[in-house]
Design a protein around this ligand. Structure first.
Ligand code: DX5
Ligand code: ZN
Length: 289
């Protein structure tokens, strides 16, 4: 069901395909109208709708179909650091939407990755927005520096923040999108009271700290539960999944409600990374299948 207010698609909209039909509930002013569109020929079964509004509806569907493509964020952690510029130029040419930048401090996670000098080098060559994932204790100390370093999205870990509401508000004040990452053991329910402050929830589908780990299957149920929470609260937060993501599970994740796919090894270790990104970008099952 897709809900429109005054004919415009909004963040609360979502699709559900039932019996090969797309059922659209339209709320236009005070007048509620229901239209059923056949999936193939888009035949209109309701006759009382006015023409201008119908064209507006078709336009909105086109926008939604385009928006329906997942966002893809290749993870720099799996790149070849001896050829960093080459790998960044590859990402620039690709259909990727972000570059995922994993920061590990050896304390929150049992590994150390990279920090500001690499961020500066990446900024020189990368044309994609940076999706910064802070796997560090006390992330508040570094938010300003990452914002100044060019981050578009900053994810802090739920488990590392004592005053999450304040931290998220600060990320937004810095002009970045506010993300909250959840370790595999952290339930989604704890987010309900801060959903208004969240732009993206980063669901960890491995225990953070290393690339190339196996996807934890329970993540599918967790994403579905989070999607319900997001819809129930009329939140516009996106759902991003990180760890062991590839073509083998992308479609199931998108069906469960994921919007953004982080992919390290499945992109950079692929025979053809550009093609791997393209396939992830097009991995959603077609609506008419
Ligand atoms: C893991 C990192 C991930 C990692 C994903 O702690 O947060 O972003 O780079 O790598 P893959 O896709 O190889 O599991
Ligand atoms: Zn990550």
């Amino acid at each position: 069901m897709v809900l429109f207010r005054n004919g415009l698609i909004n963040q609360e909209s979502y699709w559900r395909v039932l019996n090969r039909q797309v059922i659209l509930g339209l709320f236009h002013g005070s007048c509620k109208k229901i239209v059923v569109l056949q999936d193939k020929n888009l035949s209109l079964l309701h006759s009382s709708i006015d023409k201008a509004f119908f064209f507006n509806l078709l336009l909105s569907i086109a926008v939604q179909l385009n928006m329906n493509r997942p966002l893809v964020a290749p993870s720099l952690l799996a790149a070849d650091f001896a050829n960093l510029q080459r790998d960044l130029e590859l990402i620039n040419q690709s259909e990727a939407d972000y570059l995922h930048f994993d920061v590990m401090d050896g304390e929150f996670v049992p590994n150390i990755s990279f920090g500001f000098p690499i961020l500066e080098a990446v900024q020189k060559h990368c044309q994609k927005p940076l999706d910064v994932h802070l796997m560090i204790v006390n992330p508040d100390r570094y938010l300003d520096a990452f914002a100044e370093g060019g981050a578009s999205v900053i994810h802090v870990h739920y488990e590392a923040c004592t005053h999450l509401h304040r931290t998220l508000s600060h990320i937004r004040e810095l002009g970045c999108q506010a993300g909250v990452a959840l370790n595999p053991h952290t339930p989604v329910d704890g987010l309900e009271d801060v959903l208004e402050q969240i732009d993206v929830v980063l669901v960890m589908s491995v225990n953070p700290g290393f690339g190339g780990q196996s996807f934890i299957p329970h993540t599918l149920r967790k994403v579905a539960k989070l999607k319900q929470l997001v819809l129930a609260n009329r939140s516009s937060a996106l759902i991003e999944v990180d760890g062991g993501v590839g073509l083998n599970n992308a479609s199931a994740l998108l069906d469960a409600g994921a919007d953004v796919l982080v992919a390290g090894n499945s992109v950079f270790k692929a025979h053809d990374p550009l093609e791997a990104i393209r396939q992830l970008k097009h991995s959603r099952q077609p609506l008419t299948a």
